[in-house]
Design a protein around this ligand. Structure first.
Ligand SMILES: [Zn+2]
Length: 246
């Protein structure tokens, strides 16, 4: 059996059987993978406590039947301690992990998404709680925007996505792939486009993730989330629950 050694972030832990856990992991070289951690939930397990969502590991796992790997060993690279000290941070991190879980495919090169998620978790682990819901945190929206880019789903916001005409763009149509002009919006089923949200999305894409708080205001945040959600639903069939705690 081939042994795989990789760094990984735990996206999700599910109980399995009496004492096992099934982990969904994000890796730089293999995208999303699943591994069974045998005995991880026994009270005597040294591993169990380490295998929480948001924790970054160095692991080795054996290939078995099908796609499910068997975890052999795991060393913590970053326990994400800052995330667990604060409910807001925990929920924002949960949103990032959910997005990665739903958007990053299995068994693909995923270095860009992996770096994005680990950077976001590190930023969220020392961020200050905001008045907006954690799922609208600038770092969470930054991850959404940049994962749209990685997935080839950046909405067209500089000119009409339907006819190519110049701004102003008054509607947003995920089916057309972006903002639409006043002539194209008629009968298109497009939603109203919040210009502040469009600007914020463009800024999130252009700037490093660390600068996300400067790119999106609290007022623009719901519109950014809406644009990202429409693109993900239309083009990947993904609907995010968002805001659910880890
Ligand atoms: Zn148009």
């Amino acid at each position: 059996m081939a042994l795989i050694e990789t760094e990984a972030v735990v996206l999700r832990t599910l109980k399995y059987g009496e004492s096992d856990a099934i982990l969904t992991l994000l890796t730089p070289g293999m995208g999303r993978i699943s591994a069974i951690a045998k005995g991880a939930r026994k009270p005597t397990s040294k591993q169990g406590g380490r295998l929480q969502p948001g924790v970054r590991l160095n692991l080795s796992a054996a290939e078995g039947r099908g796609d499910l790997l068997t975890l052999r060993s795991a060393q913590v690279v970053d326990a994400g301690a800052g995330l667990w000290m604060d409910g807001y941070r925990l929920r924002a991190a949960g949103s990032v992990l959910e997005i990665a879980m739903r958007v990053v495919p299995e068994q693909v090169d995923a270095e860009a998404p992996y770096n994005l998620v680990t950077r976001a978790l590190a930023l969220i682990a020392r961020t200050t709680a905001r008045d907006t819901p954690p799922r609208l945190d600038p770092y969470v929206l930054g991850v959404q925007a940049k994962l749209l880019a990685v997935s080839g789903l950046v909405p067209q916001l500089g000119s009409c996505a339907a006819c190519g005409g110049p701004p102003p763009l008054v509607g947003f149509s995920a089916a057309a792939g972006g903002g639409v002009c006043p002539s194209c919006v008629v009968g298109s089923g497009a939603e109203t486009l919040d210009p502040a949200a469009a600007d914020a999305l463009v800024a999130l894409l252009a700037r490093p993730l660390a600068e996300a708080p400067d790119a999106v205001s609290a007022a623009a945040a719901p519109g950014v989330e809406r644009i990202a959600a429409l693109m993900l639903r239309e083009h990947l069939g993904v609907t995010l629950r968002s805001g659910t705690p880890l």
